[in-house]
Design a protein around this ligand. Structure first.
Ligand code: ADP
Length: 193
């Protein structure tokens, strides 16, 4: 199964990703993690991406499309993958569907983890207070910018996937286990199709 996970920063995509990849035995492709790894390794991609990430802006499509394309060539992605935080723009979505099509595959479902802004802001304040080594883009100001980017650039993807009959909307408010129960139901329904 090829699954896209969409949600604003702080929605709990990381936790749901762990459940999904374990449940389906598919690799977890988090572009945020790949980019942070590239920065830590000081690769050319990392150096290019760093200023965007540290502002909370989106990294330009060609950079992200390339690292995902490379990762998707690995044999463990031949039967499925979970895309966490990718695509984030319509350009990325088009490029993903082309990539899969060229290989005779297709996206099975786009799962939206929906959490309203008020709750997200509450969560980020809590996270900043308790984390011992917070991510450099997790300050309230940068978080606010990431949230704005989500609304401006990524949320149009919800309509994009809805039009294609691929969208499943999950209420992201509740305990992580509760959210997982709903996510699993949505996946099981698609597995039966
Ligand atoms: P979050 O969902 O909490 O913002 P991520 O780890 O998914 O966290 O992303 C962190 C940052 O990495 C983003 O703010 C952005 O700068 C960059 N990034 C991650 N994925 C993408 C993507 N698909 N397109 C552009 N930039 C991305």
């Amino acid at each position: 199964m090829y699954i896209v996970l969409i949600g604003p920063p702080g929605a709990g995509k990381g936790t749901q990703s762990q459940h999904i990849t374990e449940y389906l035995g598919i690799p977890h492709l988090s572009t945020g993690e790949m980019l942070r790894e590239a920065i830590a390794q000081r690769t050319p991609t990392g150096r290019h991406a760093e200023p965007y990430i540290s502002r909370g802006d989106l990294v330009p499509d060609p950079v992200v499309v390339e690292i995902v394309g490379e990762r998707l060539q690995q044999p463990d992605c031949a039967r499925g993958a979970l895309f966490d935080g990718y695509p984030r723009t319509e350009g990325q979505a088009e490029s993903l569907s082309e990539f899969l099509e060229q290989r005779g595959k297709q996206l099975d479902v786009a799962i939206e983890i929906a959490v309203d802004d008020e709750e997200l802001l509450r969560r980020i304040v809590g996270r900043a207070r308790t984390a011992s080594r917070p991510r450099t883009d997790d300050t309230p100001e940068k978080f606010a910018n990431r949230l704005r980017r989500f609304h401006e650039e990524t949320s149009p993807l919800l309509a994009y996937y809805e039009e294609r009959g691929l969208l499943e909307r999950i209420d992201g408010i509740g305990s992580p286990d509760e959210v997982w129960r709903h996510t699993k139901q949505a996946i099981d329904a698609r597995l039966q199709d």
